[in-house]
Write a protein that binds this ligand. Structure first.
Ligand code: UGC
Ligand code: NI
Length: 167
């Protein structure tokens, strides 16, 4: 299998097997605050086994494309949401699960202002901003026990800077 992975635009449909896309596309679900605010209500499936939701802030160093992808990880006990606190697009890498191992990864480029929520157990690359500040609010599980499984590829992939169809 080719080790080159093209970028795909992030859409709710394409990302549905892996998680939720959080953005203000389309009409808000509710108009609140005396008509001054649109509420895009309850847009992510949060799931925390034997734990609670926590909000953390990540200040991540920017990476550049093309990017060598050596590892994906997953959190068996909880979902994980990345909500940018700046407007720059960032890289989102996910992979299907194939009998407990990640299948071929897919790479998405967010639009400005988009965030993602990885469903519990979704294989994903670590937070990868493409510019700085790489400042994100992260909503994930706070609890005891192991909640991180890493998979290091025998042969790394390369995420190109090109956009293209799903591979
Ligand atoms: N380890 C950690 O808190 N972050 C990762 O899970 C990640 O997806 O970036
Ligand atoms: Ni993670």
């Amino acid at each position: 299998m080719s080790r080159l992975i093209a970028l795909e635009p992030l859409t709710a449909e394409a990302f549905a097997p892996f998680g939720d896309v959080l953005d203000i596309s389309g009409d808000p679900d509710k108009i609140i605050n005396q008509g001054l605010c649109g509420r895009y209500h309850d847009r992510a499936r949060l799931d925390f086994a034997d734990g609670r939701a926590g909000i953390s802030l990540f200040n991540a160093q920017a990476r550049s494309l093309p990017l060598r992808l050596e590892m994906v990880e997953r959190h068996p006990e909880g979902s994980q949401a990345f909500l940018p606190m700046q407007r720059a697009p960032f890289l989102v890498v996910v992979a299907p699960d194939e009998a407990g191992q990640p299948g071929r990864p897919r790479a998405f480029l967010t639009r400005e202002g988009q965030g993602v929520n990885y469903h519990r157990g979704t294989w994903h690359g670590v937070l990868t901003p493409l510019s700085e500040p790489g400042l994100f609010a992260v909503v994930d599980r706070i609890g005891s026990g192991a909640n991180l499984e890493e998979h290091w590829f025998d042969t790394p992939f390369t995420i190109t800077g090109e956009t293209g169809p799903a591979s």
